[in-house]
Design a protein around this ligand. Structure first.
Ligand code: URA
Length: 432
């Protein structure tokens, strides 16, 4: 295998065959291709683009590096969802319980936050006692019993993606439709579910900012899923502003619980219902019935009961479902940002995610320990007028100095104007 020749071909805009890509990735996993070579190849591909055939081959190559989970013994429709990553995006904590309450079976293997995006495992660890490391038997048994488990993906699940993702994160090579699609879909195919729903984000808080690019990514994911006989669909959704009000681990668990407890309207609730309904449609329900059922599961409290069962099953303090404020950790310093007047014209979602991370809610490097209590609560969305006696942002910090630092930076992340601007739609498109 002439690695420099293959890298050169991609650099010059050429294509690699199916077998060449499989061999390239296998050689990387075996230590015969080093990080410099892989990074050069990835950068050439980010700039030149990969074909659809290359995206499919990359997915197979990643999948071939590890084990697959076998969910065939489960009785219900097996389902899986994945977001391409966002800010304040905590839909799994709402959608997972709703789907379990609907009789679906979801073995959700999640990740940790990196960079400006949050991770479901970190959020769940804000619940005292919650364990995310489940061995395969426990995972299977729990899903069989209560329809839902949320656990850390083991080292054996698509190990090539773990290494590639870490390399991409530090070499500016995340933002490629083919690389994101193969990374996401290899994990979904290895996860074993029959029905796969993607939430592909577009906007300043997402990896792909343009809606058209996100739609292309959604189409690619759906094509890859269908090529492997999975019922696959995607929603392309707005990440030009934080999804829910909360950014930060315990704060986001609180936000998800507020939705499940019927205390919160707004975009997190709306998108969670849209995703739940889209998944029920994938499993065969008619669209109107699926939307009604999703709303009923939420409003009846069935979703909240399923959340409580999840926490109980994974060793967490289940009182969190009924008294979140008593159980979740709270930051000692809360400061308010109140702009004088104006209309919110733009959010820099990435910057907001980074500011929350700078408080300790996210990692600057892999392996950093998080402060699960801190973060931001952002009131208002694009098009909203700032209300004089309502703070626009509450900063939840460990120290006064941390809060001060973020308060100084907030004007860079939230732009205010005088003219009215149109609200941004939450769901841009549906694919599949
Ligand atoms: N999420 C993933 O799992 N992989 C990517 O490449 C980007 C987002």
């Amino acid at each position: 295998l002439e690695i420099p020749v293959l890298i050169g071909r991609k650099r010059d805009g050429g294509e690699l065959s199916h077998d060449e890509l499989l061999a390239f990735v296998a050689a990387y996993v075996a230590g015969e291709v080093d990080d410099a070579q892989m990074a050069a190849f990835l950068m050439a591909g980010v700039i030149r683009g990969f074909s659809r055939q290359e995206a499919v081959a990359l997915t197979e190559a990643l999948l071939a590096s590890g084990e697959r989970i076998d969910l065939r013994g489960l009785r219900g429709p097996t389902v899986d969802k994945h977001s391409t990553g966002g800010v304040g995006d905590t839909t799994t904590l709402v959608v997972g319980p709703l789907l379990a309450a609907a009789g679906c079976q979801l073995a959700k293997l999640s990740g940790r936050g990196l960079g400006h995006t949050g991770g479901t495992l970190d959020k769940l660890e804000a619940i005292p006692g919650f364990e995310v490391d489940l061995d395969p038997h426990r995972l299977h048994d729990q899903v069989e019993r209560i329809g839902l488990a949320v656990a850390a993906a083991s080292q054996d699940l698509v190990p090539a993606d773990k290494r590639l993702y870490a390399l991409r994160d530090v070499t500016g090579t995340v933002a490629s439709p083919a690389l994101i699609a193969s990374s996401v879909m290899s994990k979904k195919l290895a996860g074993g579910a029959e029905h796969v729903l993607l939430d592909v984000k577009a906007g300043s808080g997402a990896f792909l900012e343009q809606v058209d690019a996100a739609r292309g990514l959604a189409e690619l994911c759906v094509e890859i899923g269908r090529a492997s006989d999975r019922h696959t669909a995607a929603l392309v959704t707005d990440m030009s502003q934080p999804l829910g009000d909360a950014i930060g681990n315990a704060l986001e668990v609180g936000a998800a619980l507020a939705v499940l407890r019927g205390e919160s309207t707004g975009r997190l609730r709306e998108l969670s219902l849209a995703l739940t309904a889209a998944m029920l449609e994938l499993t065969g329900e008619a669209p109107a019935a699926a939307a009604d059922r999703a709303a009923h599961l939420l409003d009846s409290g069935a979703g909240l009961d399923a959340f409580r069962d999840l926490v109980q099953a994974q060793g967490g303090d289940a009182r969190v479902a009924d008294a979140p404020d008593e159980v979740l950790p709270a930051a000692p310093v809360v400061r308010e940002w109140r702009p004088e007047a104006g209309v919110i014209t733009r959010f820099d979602g990435r910057r907001l995610g980074e500011l929350a991370a700078s408080l300790g809610a996210g990692r600057q490097r892999q392996g950093d320990t998080l402060d699960l209590a801190v973060g931001l609560v952002v009131h208002g969305r694009v098009g909203d007028e700032v209300v004089a006696d309502e703070p626009t942002v509450r900063v939840h910090a460990r120290t006064e100095a941390d809060a001060e630092h973020v308060l100084r930076q907030l004007p860079e992340a939230i732009a205010l104007g005088e003219e009215p601007v149109a609200a941004v739609p939450l769901v841009h498109a549906r694919v599949g």
